[in-house]
Design a protein around this ligand. Structure first.
Ligand code: NAP
Length: 242
């Protein structure tokens, strides 16, 4: 049976790199995105050339109705077997005392409420067997002082979500794991106000450089695939030693 996988935030960055990996591995895909329809559609067209079915769906993961519609669209490709909970944001980089309430709420809504809503849809729709990968961050255990402590706290919640869901869904053969990227070259840093953050951080990364989205995608693809058949409740760090 062909795997059918939903990737939230599949239009850019780590989500798009994961989509490329999974298409090559033969997954039918539904790519969720929030704003950038042109980029999402262009990627979907590209991936169809590999012979798999790909749909791009505009769905804000904060909204339960839009999340339901995202999974409805995926179910048209066949029984859903996988979810990559990836759509995430940071806030403008800054000190904790200056954190704005709106930014705090948005980080919680996208990175936690959105992950829960998507995992619920996946768990309801998967039969016996399947795999969920939550994209966490090394921030969960480093704390991100002076940058975005609230984001780090929410990523720690992602790790706990992973642990609890893995145990609750294990009797149905559904594996749940997390990947915790370090500092990866994507647009997320420009959106947080510091496009050059990966380069500036290189000196404090043990491997001496930021990571590439495809290096994270490789871990996600492994966790979704049959070689990870006995791996659940794991948080796999892909951070160059961070
Ligand atoms: P990115 O390049 O900024 O891409 C973010 C993706 O999420 C885009 O596809 C965006 O869609 C989508 N998105 C954002 N908010 C959304 C919402 N409310 N509903 C639906 N889609 C939404 O980010 P990235 O660096 O690839 O990050 C992916 C994940 O990795 C995030 O969970 C992030 O926290 C985590 N992470 C990243 C790094 C890093 O250094 N890059 C490190 C650790 C963890 P549109 O383009 O349509 O807005």
């Amino acid at each position: 049976m062909t795997p059918v996988t939903v990737i939230t935030g599949g239009s850019r960055g780590i989500g798009a790199a994961t989509a490329r990996r999974l298409a090559t591995a033969g997954h039918h895909l539904t790519l969720g995105y929030r704003r950038d329809q042109a980029t999402a559609e262009a990627l979907a067209t590209d991936l169809r050339a590999t012979g798999v079915q790909v749909t791009a769906v505009c769905a804000d993961t904060r909204d339960p109705d839009q999340v339901a519609a995202l999974f409805e669209a995926a179910a048209e490709l066949g029984p859903i077997t996988g979810l990559v909970n990836n759509a995430g944001i940071t806030s403008p980089i800054g000190s904790f005392v200056d954190l704005r309430l709106d930014d705090l709420r948005e980080v919680v809504d996208v990175n936690l409420v959105g992950y829960v809503l998507c995992a619920q849809q996946a768990a309801r729709r998967m039969g016996e067997g399947g795999a969920i990968v939550n994209i966490s961050s090394v921030a969960a255990t480093l704390g991100s002082p002076g940058e975005y402590v609230h984001y780090a706290a929410v990523k720690a919640a992602t790790d706990t979500l992973t642990l609890g869901l893995a145990k609750e869904l294990a009797p149905r053969g559904i594996r749940v794991n997390a990947v915790a990227p370090g500092i990866i070259r994507t647009d997320i840093h420009a959106l947080s106000g510091q496009p050059d953050r990966p380069e500036r951080a290189a000196g404090r990364i043990p491997l001496g450089r930021p990571g590439e989205p495809d290096e994270v995608a490789a871990a996600v693809a492994w966790l979704l695939g049959p070689d990870a058949s006995y791996t659940t409740a794991a948080v796999l760090r892909v951070g160059g030693g961070l």
